[in-house]
Design a protein around this ligand. Structure first.
Ligand SMILES: [Zn+2]
Length: 339
């Protein structure tokens, strides 16, 4: 990174006063150069003027430069993550990525369950790794024409390019231990598995697939909650998915939810908690608000393991905790029991 600062004096065409232009440029060694120019008039040669100038400069650094640097550093660190080794948060051992992938992204030392790519998960659940992709529901991409420091449509475009999916949720049908079922699966890699219009409508489509074929529905969730860029449309998916599940119940079809790390926010507070059976992977974070938020609100230290699968099983919110290697087998047994 290089900081350039040049100063020159010139006459103002309006007031004939001499003004000083200060050009500040920060070059970052990417393919872009960011520059800003302030004009400082003589009246600004006061303490107030200097303060205002500093405020503008700091604001520019915070809002323009810092996000670009983070994006640049983030790209570099993500490429490091994609490398040959992963640090296990469970045992703090460095594990070869290839070894993890062969073991369904489960640490061979401590059984920590890493995030499993959605295609690998579906491949592991269905018999012979064979399933049909039913496709997501088609909806308007950006109903609110939302933008923060980036346009929402651009974020969507990036997520689609990164994952090869249209949105966070997908539907697959196939056999699980010879029992035909519909799986509604959420890809956390797609904008944190957030629930927007497409997510909600896809869940409704999954329910319709189940009722049309008279087969059970299995949800596999991993989500940060509602998609903030879709505002109220996102929140409306909570009652919409619950209403869809009621329709499933009227057909007397079972719904099993598999909680993977993390399942939080609006996804937890809607359809996922309405399963006939709740299965969780070991150590998964499952909760509405994060433990840090709750701790700050209550001003009270939370018990160890709060909102983790094991804690929730002890308190009745989760029925069974199943190791990823045994997931297909357990779901098959449950489907047999539920008929
Ligand atoms: Zn480990």
């Amino acid at each position: 990174m290089k900081l350039q600062l040049t100063e020159r004096s010139h006459g103002c065409p309006d007031t004939d006063e001499t003004q000083t232009s200060v050009r500040i440029g920060i070059s970052i060694y990417t393919n872009q150069v960011y520059k800003i120019c302030f004009t400082i008039a003589p009246k600004w040669y006061t303490l107030k003027g200097v303060r205002e100038w500093i405020r503008l400069f700091v604001s520019w650094l915070r809002e323009v430069v810092t996000p670009k640097i983070k994006a640049f550093v983030g790209d570099r660190s993500s490429s490091v993550k994609d490398n040959a080794w992963r640090l296990c948060p469970g045992c703090e051992k460095t594990v070869p990525t290839e070894e993890l992938a062969e073991n369904m992204m489960v640490c061979g030392y401590c059984s920590h369950h890493f995030l499993l790519p959605i295609k690998s998960r579906l491949g592991a659940i269905f018999d012979g790794g064979l399933y049909d992709d039913v496709g997501t529901a088609r909806v308007v991409d950006d109903p609110l024409k939302f933008r923060d420091n980036r346009k929402y449509v651009d974020r969507l475009k990036d997520a689609r390019q990164k994952t090869g999916q249209r949105d966070a949720a997908m539907i697959a049908t196939g056999n699980i231990h010879t029992r035909r079922a519909v799986v509604f699966a959420v890809n956390f890699a797609f904008m944190g598995g957030s629930m927007g219009l497409s997510f909600g409508k896809t869940f409704i489509k999954a329910v319709e697939t189940a009722t049309n074929n008279n087969i059970p529905l299995i949800g596999i969730t991993a989500s940060g909650g509602a998609r903030m860029q879709e505002g109220i449309f996102s929140l409306m998916q909570m009652p919409a998915t619950v209403a869809a599940l009621i329709k499933l119940k009227t057909h007397r079809l079972p719904y099993i939810n598999v909680f993977t790390n993390p399942t939080t926010g609006g996804v937890l507070a809607s359809f996922s908690m309405l399963g006939d059976i709740h299965i969780a992977e070991p150590g998964a974070l499952i909760g509405f608000a994060g433990p840090k938020v709750i701790e700050k609100t209550l001003k009270h230290r939370l018990p160890d393991g709060f909102q983790r699968s094991e804690f929730l099983r002890e308190h009745g919110m989760i029925d069974i905790i199943v190791h990823r290697h045994k997931m297909a087998e357990k779901i098959g047994i449950i489907l047999d029991y539920l008929g």
